[in-house]
Design a protein around this ligand. Structure first.
Ligand code: SF4
Length: 325
């Protein structure tokens, strides 16, 4: 590990001033940054420990759940309001990592976590995300766990966060503080497709910091759930996951939200596909039409094509849960 400066600010203004340095990185739970520093993938000249900032609250006010960026994953997952009114959030968080990591990991850090692509994490390989312009060995290499949606010729790394998928289904927004104040970005616009600049993963600019998340408290959110399919029962990233919520009226779909993880370079949702379900009974044919539209842009490789079937099955399972018995 290379030497670095370390600061522990006690105010947001102080933190933002420090993070304005181009070689600065924010440290919260450390579950991503410390790993990547040990691997030499991240080599900040300045580490800004934001752990003393008052950003860990979880409050329900004015019809919205506000989750501080430093709220621990485990605290959010067991929060009584989250459990009763936003179950997909709790289920997504509990499906991720281990108990120890959830106790350390912050919500803001969860959204900012880097890809698990093995090529990205090893200096033995080129990687456009680590060294722009160096190449993407995953395209022709071991890519069974890589993305099938939102890929580019420059990167096919899959987005790793579970809770980001649930936040997308719940129409959350991200509050980002910077030198000109706080801006609010819909989670649907927070992640950047890799395109020809896979090194840029989110809309967070140098010198900015996530301060909280807002999740609208809706009737749909109380009906939400999260299903994660993966290679082993715990401590594994999603092969395919689904966050879904459906409201039926008179036996047909009145409102629906479906986001999927494990398939996209970003958490994936298609509102046009969702409109195909409005007014439909949730029969297999209607759900298949939805899946056809949702997965139509996929560009699978021979080794990750299986994800399409996994996602289709997971969507059927989650939407079937909503059918009247
Ligand atoms: Fe790097 Fe992305 Fe290719 Fe993985 S998929 S090697 S992260 S460029």
């Amino acid at each position: 590990m290379r030497p670095f400066e370390f600061h522990r600010p006690t105010s947001l203004d102080e933190a933002l001033a420090l993070l304005a340095r181009p070689d600065a990185r924010a440290l919260a739970g450390g579950t991503t940054l410390v790993d990547l520093m040990k691997l030499g993938v991240e080599a900040p000249g300045l580490v800004v420990d934001i752990g003393r900032l008052p950003l860990a609250g979880i409050t329900l006010e004015s019809g919205s759940l506000r989750i501080g960026a430093l709220a621990r994953n485990s605290a959010v997952a067991r929060d009584s309001v989250v459990l009763s009114q936003f179950p997909a959030l709790s289920e997504a968080l509990l499906s991720g990592a281990s108990g120890q990591i959830r106790n350390a990991a912050s919500m803001g850090g969860n959204l900012m976590q880097r890809t698990r692509c093995a090529y990205f994490r090893s200096h033995d390989w080129p990687c456009n995300k680590r060294v722009p312009g160096s190449g993407c060995p995953a395209r022709e290499g071991a890519n069974a766990h890589h993305a099938v949606l939102g890929t580019s010729d420059h990167c096919i790394a899959v987005s790793p966060s579970d809770v980001a998928v649930a936040l997308l289904a719940l129409d959350a927004s991200v509050a980002i503080a910077g030198p000109r104040g706080v801006r609010h970005v819909a989670i649907a616009d927070f992640y950047r497709l890799p395109g020809d600049t896979p090194v840029i993963e989110t809309v967070v600019q140098p010198g900015e910091l996530i301060v909280h998340l807002d999740v609208p408290a809706t009737a749909l959110a109380t009906r939400s759930g999260y299903l994660k399919l993966r290679g082993r029962a715990s401590y594994e990233f999603a092969s395919a996951s689904v966050a879904a919520a459906v409201k039926l009226e008179g036996g047909v779909v009145a409102e629906v939200a479906v986001a999927i993880g494990g398939l996209g370079t970003v958490p994936w949702r298609d509102r046009g596909a969702e409109r195909l379900l409005i007014g439909e009974a949730l029969g297999d044919a209607a759900v298949d039409r939805f899946c056809d539209a949702l997965l139509a842009p996929a560009r699978p490789t021979p080794d990750n094509r299986y994800k399409l079937d996994l996602a289709r099955g997971a969507v059927h399972h989650m939407l079937a849960r909503s059918r009247p018995c």
